[in-house]
Design a protein around this ligand. Structure first.
Ligand SMILES: Nc1nc2c(ncn2[C@@H]2O[C@H](COP(=O)(O)OP(=O)(O)OP(=O)(O)O)[C@@H](O)[C@H]2O)c(=O)[nH]1
Length: 920
């Protein structure tokens, strides 16, 4: 990987990570260098990287210069051979440079690191033995040791011996320096924000050797490291032994690993950390550090560093110092912890989102404010906001909305383009009675049997496939629009295109028009097959002419409808028809993903005497295999056997393949959705829940539109078109009605006539209305008993009229929400007549006892005698003793006179009621 490549779009945090430094450190350096930078997400241009690198170099050379001049730095270490130290020096000198190299390659850690591991490991292993043992000792012995470690190191110069060093006698003195430190040998000083680190060191110092050190080493070093490294290295060899376990450890590594390490420096730092901790492990802080340092993973500079950090925290906690520092560390960790990608399954609260992003809620809230969203921690964020928010943090989001598998037919699966393959189109044939639908289906089936399918004997399984030009077409075997629409009414969208068969000798007939309406209502492409052209008197052009009225204009006349002349009986023109089907299919690019669990629709199902429930299904997505568990409607099962339309047993069926399956527990209905599930238990549970839901929804009100609730649907924005089917006694009145309805103008909604025709209202009309959420208007026609029953069952609103004006007015009012209000009677109470007084000029007064509810002065009433209503009217006066009363409650006596009625008798019951309007 070239340096350049990696510099592309390099962000501060990435760069920092590559150096095992914190973003904050890099930001500080950048600011020092007057490079504009906002936060850890800021992009680092090549120039900035170079500046930082140069900075490191300078620091290094400064350090080297100091080192050379300052005699102090070299504590002499017993164990470290001179040669080593020399080596180490070199190494260190190199380090920064190499680091630089590294720096430029922030993304390359792995590769860069790779050499490192070995060296690291090597060194470590050696180290450990040398360093750690040695170190450990002194440490243990020396209580003070801890303190020093970190700080002393650089200064270690002062104290020469490991032993002494630890005591930090110096420490104190040195430390400060180091702390200040920056001053620290390397003069890197300034750079080091880590002087703070330096700070940490002391902590560490105090509390624990290793602990602080590593930190210091690792993190602080971060930026400074390079610098620090230089001197340190020097120390290293020497210090190796003496220097307390922790600190020294890395050194040796460095020494040994010298060469390789160089390159890796940054990681080296990390490793150093690791080593430190190890050293420590040997020493006091055993467990934690070991844990930390224990990870010898070669390339994990970064991780280690974390670990070190943690180690540091632990120590910090254990120790007395530096909560604040720990927090700093934590914060640093959090930054580094920012996930690359999160998975979102719906809206979440700010708190939850923050957690997912590994951020403080406050940080997220602040970010939201900058995005213009004021939110509290418990406020819900929708997916869009989460997407934006995550983007602000540079985090990628994958949205996974959980699927409600119970209503699997409504689940939309989005497949990637590359997962989709072209599937055969699914075709339905429709047309008027006797125009030749069945003959055409048979002709296609028998003449286009795929090669190799013996004898061409096909089995009726509700659909079949033919092949032409190596492409398949699936035909639904049940001709006629009723069956088609019945399926559609059940929510099944099975067909891709329709063939409308019109006999050339007969022309367009009522059911031709119906079929066209049904196909259009389903939004499907139409191909017109002009059949029976062999017959004398056949006039294909007349058919074309007639169909223009229904917006089916042939291409040669400037339209876009494909017409094919054929004779199903003589089997001519069939190929043309098939080719046209393929053409339409090609244009519409019907595709499906075969590599997922199967979904489809039940075309037919029955109970077979021998085989039990049998379902013919069309697989529409995925691939169905023998043995698959599935749900079909409210039934479930496991595919026991699968047979194709040629009667052959098959093991699997892909998209657009019709198959007959056995293995169901019950018989589903045509149009039921079908889906395979991972196991039978799940399929059973889903089927059970589906049937419960279905029972409940059947109890609930229908969702079909009626004129009574039309306005509500319009108000709720659920309806923009009022779908209407018009049937009239004669074509003339139908046309007149259509014309008038088209003129109705109500804002936000329009009348859409799905189908119209002369003749009685038929079951087919009801089916179309049910499938398309339409109302049916009958003008001077009525439905027969069967159709009426179908309409009741499907809850289709059928309006019967004899005067066009009334139809228009009713629909217009319904659209405007101006239909007369519906009144409902509400009985408020009963009173029994106990005495009757007749007073001249007043009339008959009924002395009553209120037996239930109350009697109100303004209520309406009916007088009931022996169960028969003898009068219905209004209460004239209502009195309690001599006073007028507004109402009298149950258990009280009252006097009542009725408006314009005096023939009240003892024992009569006065029922009071009020009329209330009911919201539509
Ligand atoms: N001459 C001639 N007769 C045909 C042709 N196609 C169909 N027929 C005849 O027309 C009659 C009706 O054909 P069917 O295929 O049953 O028509 P259908 O549309 O399926 O009729 P239903 O199932 O009742 O709706 C039969 O007697 C066929 O033999 C054709 O291309 N030419």
């Amino acid at each position: 990987m070239s340096k350049e490549d990696n510099k592309d779009k390099l962000r501060v945090y990435e760069y920092a990570k590559s150096l095992n430094m914190s973003s904050k450190e890099i930001i500080t350096i950048l600011k020092r260098l007057d490079v504009p930078v906002n936060n850890h997400m800021s992009v680092m241009e090549n120039g900035s990287v170079n500046k930082v690198e140069q900075f490191f170099k300078d620091v290094k050379s400064n350090a080297a210069a100091k080192r050379d001049s300052g005699p102090s730095s070299r504590p002499v270490n017993t164990s470290a051979p001179a040669a080593d130290s020399a080596k180490a020096q070199n190494v260190n000198q190199n380090q920064p440079e190499k680091q630089v190299g590294m720096n430029s390659n922030p993304n390359n850690n792995p590769s860069t690191t790779s050499p490192r591991p070995q060296s690291g490991q090597d060194s470590r292993s050696t180290q450990t033995t040398a360093g750690s043992t040695q170190n450990a000792r002194p440490q243990q012995s020396g209580a003070p040791r801890p303190s020093n470690t970190g700080g002393s190191r650089p200064q270690g110069s002062t104290s020469s011996t490991g032993g002494s060093r630890p005591q930090g006698s110096n420490t104190s003195s040195n430390r400060p320096q180091s702390g200040t430190g920056g001053s620290r040998p390397q003069g890197s000083t300034g750079t080091r924000p880590q002087s703070s680190t330096g700070g940490s060191r002391p902590q560490g110092g105090t509390s624990s050797t290793g602990g602080s050190r590593p930190q210091g080493a690792t993190s602080s070093a971060g930026g400074s490291r390079p610098q620090g490294s230089a001197p340190r290295t020097d120390n290293r060899p020497q210090g190796g032994a003496p220097r307390t376990g922790a600190p020294s450890t890395p050194r040796p590594q460095g020494a040994q690993g010298g060469a390789p390490r160089t390159g890796d420096r940054p990681q080296g730092a990390g490793q150093g950390g690791g080593d430190f901790s190890r050293g420590t492990g040997t020493g006091d802080r055993g467990p934690k550090k070991t844990a930390t340092g224990g990870r010898p993973g070669p390339n994990q500079g970064g991780q280690r560093r974390f670990d070190d950090g943690k180690g540091g925290n632990y120590r910090g906690r254990g120790g007395k110092n530096g909560r604040g520092k720990n927090q700093q560390m934590e914060r640093r960790e959090k930054i580094d912890n920012t996930p690359k990608k999160i998975i979102v399954r719906g809206s979440m609260t700010v708190g939850e989102t923050a957690k997912l992003l590994h951020k403080d809620a406050s940080e997220v809230i602040k970010k939201l404010i900058t995005m213009g969203v004021m939110a509290t921690i418990n406020q819900e964020l929708d997916i869009d906001t989460i997407l934006l928010l995550a983007g602000e943090f540079g985090v990628e989001v994958e949205v996974k909305i959980p699927v409600d598998e119970d209503s699997f037919e409504t689940v939309e699966e989005n497949d990637m383009d590359e997962e989709l393959i072209t599937r055969p189109p699914v075709v339905t044939i429709m047309g008027h009675v006797d125009h030749g639908k069945t003959t055409l289906l048979d002709a296609i089936r028998s003449t286009n049997v795929t090669g190799g399918e013996a004898g061409g004997i096909t089995q009726h399984i509700g659909a079949y496939q033919v092949e032409i030009n190596h492409k398949k077409i699936t035909f639904l075997d049940t001709p006629g629009h009723e069956a088609f629409t019945a399926m559609r009414a059940r929510g099944a969208q099975v067909t891709d295109m329709t063939i409308i068969v019109v006999a050339a000798d007969d022309g367009v007939m009522p059911q031709t028009v119906e079929a066209i309406s049904h196909a259009k209502a389903a939004g499907l492409p139409i191909i017109v097959a002009v059949n029976k052209i062999d017959k004398p008197g056949a006039d294909p052009d007349k058919v074309k002419q007639e169909l223009t009225k229904y917006e089916l204009v042939p291409e040669e006349w400037g339209g876009d409808t494909i017409f094919v002349n054929l004779s199903a009986k003589q089997r001519t023109g069939l190929e043309d028809l098939l080719e046209m089907i393929l053409l339409v299919a090609e244009v519409n690019e019907y595709k499906a993903n075969p590599d997922k669990r199967a979904r489809g629709t039940v075309i037919e199902a029955e109970l077979d005497k021998n085989r039990g429930p049998v379902a013919r299904i069309l697989v529409q997505h995925g691939t169905l295999r023998v043995g698959d568990a599935f749900v079909a409607g409210n039934c479930f099962g496991r595919v026991r056997a699968m047979v194709n339309d040629k009667g052959r047993k098959i093991k699997e069926a892909g998209p657009s393949t019709p198959v007959e399956i056995t293995g169901l527990t019950e018989v589903p209905q045509a149009g039921d959705p079908f889906m395979a599930f991972e196991d039978e238990r799940k399929a059973r549970a889903i089927a059970d829940r589906r049937s419960t839901t279905q029972r409940q929804s059947e109890l609930n009100i229908n969702t079909r539109v009626t004129l009574d609730d039309l306005f509500k649907h319009i108000k709720d924005g659920e309806i923009k078109d009022l779908n209407v089917i018009i049937k009239g006694d004669v074509q003339g009145s139908v046309e007149a009605l259509k014309g008038s309805l088209a003129k109705i103008e109500v804002e936000g909604v329009r009348v859409k006539i799905l189908h119209s025709g002369a003749g009685a209202i038929t079951e087919s009309d009801i089916a179309l209305a049910a499938a398309s959420n339409a109302i049916v208007i009958g003008f001077n026609v009525r439905p027969d008993a069967q159709t009426k029953a179908a309409a009741d069952q499907e809850k289709v609103d059928v309006r019967l009229h004899r005067i066009i004006y009334n139809v228009i007015e009713e629909i217009e009012h319904a659209m405007k929400g101006m239909l007369d209000p519906i009144f409902k009677e509400n009985v408020i109470g009963h009173a029994e007549v106990r005495n009757v007084f007749t007073i001249s000029k007043v009339g008959t007064i009924a002395g009553c006892m209120v037996t239930s509810g109350k009697i109100a002065r303004n209520a309406e009433m009916r007088l009931i005698r022996s169960g028969i209503v003898v009068f219905e009217g209004k209460i004239d006066t209502l009195k309690r003793f001599k006073d007028d009363a507004k109402e009298v409650a149950q258990g009280y006596e009252c006097g009542i006179t009725l408006e314009r009625y005096n023939d009240v008798k003892e024992g009569d019951i006065i029922e009071a009621f009020i009329m209330e309007t009911v919201e539509r």
